[in-house]
Design a protein around this ligand. Structure first.
Ligand code: FAD
Length: 370
């Protein structure tokens, strides 16, 4: 099967490897150089669903030195002043043997490793251009061209989308009073706030705030920003040094009503984009890749590829919908600090803290998808 993939971000690149190993001939279109693809200042939380995909493709062992595992995911409700933890024991038995709830990895390491893999695969042909390929030349065209997808605009594919009235701030900070195997999801009235371990005392903070607060924080010097961070970190954790300038970006939600249009298939952020602070985005994108490769590998479909776009779109719909709803609920829960919400909020937190079964169910959903 001849496939064009437009976009060589983390989704398109992994799709190229996965589809090539399923026997397809892949043309990978990308407008940026490899250096530009690598030079993005982001940090990802990797779940067990991504681990399984990377193991199947033989990439996991090459990444191992760059992965920072965490054994505890602490959830802290600031408004209620309460806390519970997700533990390795809350995972499925088959995932527990990896001794991690998840892993943190920096973008440059993961992108570098994946690009090295692509360079070694014969049936992937890289095409440096921003021109959208002609449908006549391919059996399928995979749009992995990100949230501003030119393909989606060209085909006028409808989607449900809105902007959160929030800004996301990311920064790398040295912290005292926290173990290097712990991650935090802190729920306060400004929005959720994640603290992710990067090894030793180094942590990535991913913090969502109201536009008013975020706009004000943009004007702060590094030292004042550090003072501000100390006011929102859990008791006993002290920020020591901020490593680089914080990055600010707006947050929006996108959900395509359909993940295909004719021969075009949408994967990754061209199909869906969710709030970054729950650490689900990339994992969801990679489950798109796995689903597409599984469908392409079905022998009957190798000669009947016109069924593939619909089957793919149908198969992905429920996982993407559920994770989008869960992530959005987390944001709304975090910001619901009016008195009227306090009783249901306390009840929800109480149930999560006390019920191991519900905690396990939620963790496994966020970790392995639907
Ligand atoms: C600050 C930040 C923190 C995040 N943290 C997390 C996290 O902790 N965990 C997590 O799972 N996810 C996280 N995410 C989300 C994650 O980064 C995205 O889900 C992921 O990068 C999406 O990848 P993509 O390949 O779909 O899109 P992109 O990375 O946007 O890639 C699209 C590619 O297509 C190329 N392209 C576009 N148009 C064309 C064209 N016409 N021709 C050729 N090429 C084209 C672009 O150059 C680009 O390389 C975070 C995002 C941000 C911004």
């Amino acid at each position: 099967m001849n496939i064009a993939i437009v976009g060589s971000g983390l989704t398109g690149s992994l799709a190229a490897i996965s589809l090539a190993s399923a026997g397809c001939r892949v043309d990978l279109y990308e407008r940026l150089s490899d250096q530009e693809l690598v030079n993005r200042d982001r940090t990802y939380a990797i779940t067990h669903s991504s681990r399984k995909i990377l193991i199947n493709l033989g990439i996991w062992s090459h990444l191992q030195t760059h992965l920072v595992p965490f054994q505890y995911l602490n959830v802290i409700d600031y408004e209620l002043n309460k806390k519970f933890r997700f533990l390795v024991n809350d995972l499925d038995i088959s995932d527990q043997k990896y001794s991690a709830v998840g892993w943190i990895v920096e973008h440059k390491n993961i992108m570098d490793t994946i690009l090295e893999f692509i360079a070694k695969i014969e049936n992937i042909n890289k095409i440096p251009t921003s021109v959208i390929p002609n449908t006549n030349n391919y059996d399928l065209i995979v749009a992995a061209d990100g949230s501003n997808s030119a393909i989606k605009k060209k085909l006028k594919t409808p989607s449900f989308n809105f902007n959160y009235d929030q800004i996301c701030i990311t920064a790398r900070v040295l912290l005292r009073g926290v173990d290097s195997n712990e991650a935090f999801e802190i729920l306060n009235s400004e929005g959720p706030f994640a603290v992710l371990p990067l090894g030793g005392d180094l942590f990535q903070i991913i913090c969502s705030q109201s536009i008013a607060k975020g706009t004000h924080n943009k004007t702060l010097s590094k030292s004042l920003f550090l003072d501000y961070i100390s006011t929102i970190l859990p008791y006993g954790i002290e920020p020591d040094t901020i490593i680089d300038d914080p990055t600010y970006f707006p947050i929006n939600f996108v959900f395509n009503y359909s993940f295909f249009s004719g021969k075009y298939i949408y994967i990754g952020e061209s199909a869906h984009k969710i709030h970054p602070v729950a650490g689900q985005g990339l994992n969801l994108c990679w489950r798109d890749v796995k689903c597409l490769s599984n469908i392409v590998s079905i022998p009957f479909l190798k000669n009947n590829y016109s069924f593939i776009p619909f089957l793919y779109s149908f198969s992905r719909f429920f996982d993407v919908l559920l994770i989008s709803i869960l992530t959005d609920s987390l944001v709304r829960y975090s910001r619901s600090n009016f008195n009227i919400f306090m009783v249901p909020r306390s009840l929800t937190f109480f149930i999560l803290k006390k019920s191991k079964i519900i905690r396990r169910y939620i963790l496994n959903l966020m970790t392995n998808g639907v």
